[in-house]
Ligand binder design. Structure first.
Ligand code: BYC
Length: 471
């Protein structure tokens, strides 16, 4: 399925056959471009960036690499190929043909899911807009920009659904995507993690590891949707998302590696003295980004989530691979809750526990990445283990937002929390230290002293390739 690049809006949905829709999207396009110019990557308009662009949605061979000025990036609408005879595969409509149009009775729920998903995409671009000025290498700068243009495209993906399937209120929602802004006092982004600043590159790598991974799990659940256009859109988005998590995993991995090198070279734990980021500081950043990201799965017990499932709009991760009836009427699921001053697990109705189920899948996936970082530490012969904090730690959503807990999951008093939280979360001083390391390194092949060089270049290019030209 090739993509039509002759069109003003590249697409593989035969946009030119639907003049009204095409005109509506072409009307939205200048607002998007203006938003990119104002709130996209700072001072980047003149740069030539070695980016990949989708040229087809077929597996393998979809990406084309070349220099692009970001304002000229060909943002467009790409859906994975339709699966003939696809059925709704869970909930009350299980076995019905998947919907090609919005089922009228579920319009509000569907719109809400699409708007929440869409809102995160431009939010992340806004959060990361200053980072280019302090890139640790051209390789990293290019990766940041690749992530940014793809998040921009993910906004297009959701705006297309709103325009194509929700009429006037869809168009209004599409406008509102460009009116809310990350951290804005009056019109903030919808989910809290997307209102937190991403002030430095360590935060960026943690964000792409932990928060983009929430994106993976949410998109995978929406890819199961009985609403076929949403499913197809999300399936293609997932192929792009994989690179973002690669950036996070290898980014943090390289910071870990550099810390270990400094420790071994100088036989010291005082990594900061030699311009690195010490492992305890990495642990604090990890604690912060993990806890903010697990909030994104919603409440442990959610009637919203049960409803989305029952009406066939949002499934579980890899729904069809799960061996059960895909209705979940009588099933139970083990959910963490507070009993007295302890966190215990108890069986709950599986339908209302869908958010927690997805959170569990997510936590297991995070652990796999953290294990890789620990392998780097182990291989350096250093006795230290990075740990994912307990799900009760530092929560803003759900049952645990009512209490204070240690990273091990022990419930503590407010006074104990006040006394200890600076041991667990980055302090102003930690952030100031990390921020003091952020200075742009823009000579091809050179890398800042706080991070190890990447294992290899992009698309078979050498590490010293000029991934960004400043002009
Ligand atoms: N912040 O019943 P509950 C990505 C609200 S990231 C603020 O548990 P539900 C990306 C909730 O709205 C993926 N409010 O909620 C990553 C509800 O409000 P009402 C984004 C929150 O609906 C990196 C109330 O609390 N995609 O793609 O089951 C870079 C009760 O909660 C939050 C999606 O999120 C929160 N964290 O679950 C770029 C998928 N959590 O009804 C991109 C679509 C809950 O009382 N969204 N609330 O007014 C959803 O599926 C659901 O909205 C959620 C929440 C899973 C987020």
């Amino acid at each position: 399925m090739s993509i039509d690049y002759q069109e003003k809006i590249p697409n593989n949905v035969d946009l030119s056959e639907d003049r009204r829709l095409q005109r509506a999207l072409e009307k939205w396009q200048p607002g998007y471009q203006q938003w990119w110019a104002e709130l996209g990557p700072e001072e980047s308009a003149q740069m030539d960036v070695y980016l990949r662009t989708a040229i087809s949605v077929d597996p393998g061979g979809w990406a084309n690499y070349g220099y692009v000025k970001m304002p000229e990036y060909r943002w467009g609408i790409f859906l994975s190929p339709a699966e003939e005879g696809r059925l709704v595969n869970f909930g009350a409509h299980k076995g019905d043909p998947a919907w090609q149009e919005v089922p009228g009775e579920y319009r509000a729920e569907l719109r809400r899911l699409i708007v929440t998903q869409g809102d995160t995409e431009p939010a992340s671009v806004e959060q990361q807009r200053h980072l280019g000025l302090t890139c640790p290498s051209l390789y990293d700068l290019r990766n940041l920009f690749q992530v940014n243009v793809e998040e921009g495209r993910h906004l297009w993906a959701m705006v297309y659904l709103l325009h194509a399937h929700f009429g006037r209120d869809g168009r209004e929602e599409a406008e509102a995507m460009l009116e809310r802004h990350s951290g804005d006092a009056d019109k903030p982004r919808i989910l809290q993690a997307f209102n937190e600043p991403t002030p430095d590159w360590l935060s960026f790598f943690m964000f792409t590891f932990f928060t983009d991974r929430d994106g993976k799990y949410q998109l995978a659940s929406l890819a199961e949707s009985g609403f076929d256009p949403l499913s197809r859109t999300c399936r293609f988005m997932l192929t792009e998302e994989a690179h973002h998590m690669f950036v996070g995993e290898t980014g943090v991995g390289r910071v870990v590696q550099r810390a270990c090198e400094i420790m071994n070279e100088h036989k010291t734990e005082d990594v900061r003295k030699y311009g690195g980021i010490d492992l305890p500081t990495l642990q604090k950043y990890l604690n912060f980004h993990f806890s903010v990201s697990v909030d994104l799965f919603g409440q442990e017990l959610s009637t919203n989530a049960a409803n989305y499932y029952t009406i066939g709009l949002k499934g579980r991760f890899q729904e069809s691979r799960i061996d059960d009836d895909h209705l979940l009427g009588d099933n139970t699921y083990s959910v963490a809750e507070i009993k007295g001053d302890e966190v215990v697990f108890g069986d709950q109705n599986a339908l209302t526990a869908i958010n927690e189920w997805l959170r569990d899948d997510y936590i297991r996936d995070c652990q796999r990445g953290v294990d890789k970082w620990n392998k780097v530490i182990g291989e350096a012969g250093i006795d230290f283990e990075l740990k994912i904090p307990h799900r009760a730690f530092h929560r803003g959503i759900g049952a645990f937002s009512e209490i204070k807990a240690t990273p091990d999951g022990k419930i503590i008093t407010e006074a104990d929390w006040d006394h200890h939280h600076s041991d667990w979360l980055p302090t102003a001083e930690d952030r100031a230290y990390v921020s003091s390391l952020m200075e742009a390194v823009t000579e091809p092949g050179k890398v800042a002293g706080w991070i190890a060089p990447p294992a290899k270049g992009i698309n078979g290019q050498p590490r010293e390739f000029e991934y960004v030209r400043f002009n």
